[in-house]
Write a protein that binds this ligand. Sequence first.
Ligand SMILES: Cc1cc2nc3c(=O)[nH]c(=O)nc-3n(C[C@H](O)[C@H](O)[C@H](O)COP(=O)(O)OP(=O)(O)OC[C@H]3O[C@@H](n4cnc5c(N)ncnc54)[C@H](O)[C@@H]3O)c2cc1C
Length: 548
Amino acid sequence: MKKYRIKINGMTCTGCEQHIDAALTSIGAKDIETSFQRGESVFELPNDVYVESVRQAIKQAKYQPEAIEEISLQDLKNFELDNKDDYDLLIIGSGGAAFSAAIKSIGYGAKVGMIEREIVGGTCVNNGCVPSKTLLRAGEINHFAKGNPFIGLQTSAGEVDLASLVDQKDELVTELRNQKYIDLIDEYGIDLIKGEAKFVDENTVEVNGEKLSAKRFLIATGASPSIPTISGLEVVDYLTSTTLLDLKKVPKRLTVIGSGYIGLELGQLFHNLGSEVTLLQRSEHLLKEYDPEISEAVERVLIEQGINLIKEVTYERVEQVGEIIKVNITVDGKKKVVETEHLLLATGRKPNTDSLNLSAAGVEVGKRNEILINDYARTSNEKIYAAGDVTLGPQFVYVAAYEGGVVADNAIGGLNKKLDLSVIPAVTFINPSIATVGLTEEQAKDQGYEVKTSVLSLDAVPRALVNRETTGVFKMVADAKTLKVLGVHVVSENAGDVIYAATLAVKFGLTVDDLKDSLAPYLTMAEGLRLAALTFDKDVSKLSCCAG
Ligand SMILES: Cc1cc2nc3c(=O)[nH]c(=O)nc-3n(C[C@H](O)[C@H](O)[C@H](O)COP(=O)(O)OP(=O)(O)OC[C@H]3O[C@@H](n4cnc5c(N)ncnc54)[C@H](O)[C@@H]3O)c2cc1C
């Protein structure tokens, strides 16, 4: 038997997959995996079957076959026949990347071990996405209770009992950690090994003095808060995103160094809970990698809400004076001192590679100690793969999980699949939230596109008007020649939900006209996408209801 992959045009649904499977079965193919989304079929073929007959069978089924490639079975043969190793895949880490790789690899029949030095589940469930988002929701409710935009509606907020909110958050974290991680260990038959892993050589990892061998390894060790070098920081009682989420009392003042997405989310959370919040950042523009319309809208929102933002800061030193932390800064040539009860460091994350002894395994790292991988998620050692935050790619759990899945396909499934990180939606869960996908105007120009853009202020979106919250923006970036949507950038309530439709538009090459011609439900925020599309050649404020 030999294993092949063929690209096929013309498949649009699962019915098409069945037609292809039937066509391939009729010529003797086995283990067929056809995907209409990927436009391909992977299968095994007996050595005596003429490969060209595959193309003929597909043509007869009324689809268009493209090039056919043989997949090396070397890996699979090793995997099936050679049982001298402890594991087929040994994974270091137990977060999103690790579990996705483990579950898929077990689907291929592999024996999988997973090593974790702290709490099973990794960052997202334990001290990232889940705890921050549930507390952000509580903060939002408190914010609206303190002041709502409707005349005649009396609401008020009492003192926040943060200890109770944190207990409730911890219960949710435990529940989701059990459901989505711990319970799956037995369910799938993963071997969990508790302890810190380090490589001894390229075939062996040591945990608690025990040596474990594997045919393939996955490094999915994530990242941790990185601590900037500011004089005096070593003697100051600062917080990171992990420790902040466990505070039991709302601080009177919270100062945040760094205003990326974690700094913004956690800063707004504590502002909404009642702290006086100051965000400090080195650069001139907030969210400088975003389109200027987006960063301007976010800056306006922060100011309207009463969050202090100080830009172009040079940090001189920090000092602890009793309960107070003094942050000495220079802004615009003038010295200033920001006094605060708590100081949050939110200046990015560094990959967890220090303790892995990567040189023993011949795994190369980059300038920031991130693991370098190729298009197939493979490191400089072809037996060792890496996925998720440890590679310092886009730091989202859905990216980590996707990459972990690709590792399983390549390391165990022998599929040689390339990572496709070309279209990644990103959301910052402040209120209004920020969501983006695809290229910014500047990136599109840098890539050689002739660019057309539309910018729609949120006060032109009916949902925002009825909500009485109109600070925000929709920006659409399109290729001027084809009108294909290249990027969408939104600041609005629920922007994170709106962006999924935009992700499909960018990924599948929809045009501005496709969006104009598709009905959008009236009084949803997603209608803003259609209105932004119409804004390319119309003033939508002059249109009637539903932009008809
Ligand atoms: C405050 C915050 C909010 C976030 N919010 C979101 C969000 O809303 N949406 C989103 O998509 N993403 C969010 N993220 C990012 C998301 O949490 C990460 O991208 C994701 O968890 C990365 O998964 P991973 O599998 O790469 O690593 P991790 O989940 O970090 O797992 C790595 C694991 O490896 C273990 N480990 C490290 N070294 C070793 C070793 N030597 N031996 C054994 N074990 C080791 C660690 O203990 C850890 O458990 C947030 C992150 C933070 C910090």
